[in-house]
Ligand binder design. Structure first.
Ligand SMILES: [Zn+2]
Length: 179
């Protein structure tokens, strides 16, 4: 899909007219902006934003409180991925897995106060998500889509049940018949 520039007027600095990576229309460079992974003209920016469905910042915090900060971080990673930040998305997923390990480890090791584990969990969530807040807000403000709530809830329930099964199994393995 390479749109070759059609014979730019010789020498005339039609200056920085650059093709939009979606529609190919030549656009003054200052009107282009990256949405997702593409530099787009203004019309295409709006179209692309409407296609990128994210979880709003407040929803992340709510899920963090109602389920677990690891779940919220995972949803944030999905946001990052959809917004074209693949590397950051993997960092966030790794952090989410790390939080599950911390929660499990805190459960397994005697003498670790639950409040410490909770502080680590929510500290990590607030730190990671606050860095994204402005970007998420801006995406929605400019007409970006919200990820549908029901599939998110169902997915989160499935993930939480799965994690509890895994944690329960591991606890039985590591702590047979205590108590
Ligand atoms: Zn365009």
């Amino acid at each position: 899909m390479t749109n070759e520039p059609v014979a730019l007027a010789e020498g005339a600095p039609a200056a920085a007219a650059v093709p939009c990576e979606r529609c190919g229309g030549f656009t003054p460079e200052h009107e282009l902006a990256v949405v997702g992974t593409q530099r787009l003209c203004q019309a295409c920016q709006a179209l692309r934003r409407a296609e990128i469905a994210i979880h709003p910042y407040q929803r992340l915090l709510l899920f963090g409180v109602l389920t677990s900060p690891a779940v919220a971080l995972w949803l944030l990673a999905n946001n990052a991925s959809r917004l074209g930040e693949q590397r950051e998305a993997w960092v966030l997923r790794a952090l989410a897995v790390g939080l599950v390990v911390v929660a499990f480890g805190g459960n397994l090791v005697d003498g670790v106060p639950g409040t410490v584990v909770l502080a680590i969990q929510f500290g990590a969530l607030l730190f990671a998500s606050s860095r994204w807040k402005d970007r998420l807000d801006k995406h929605l403000l400019l007409g970006g889509a919200r990820a549908a709530l029901l599939p998110t809830i169902l997915g989160v329930i499935a993930a939480v049940v799965f994690m509890m099964l895994v944690a329960g199994t591991l606890l039985m393995v590591f702590r047979p018949a205590t108590g």
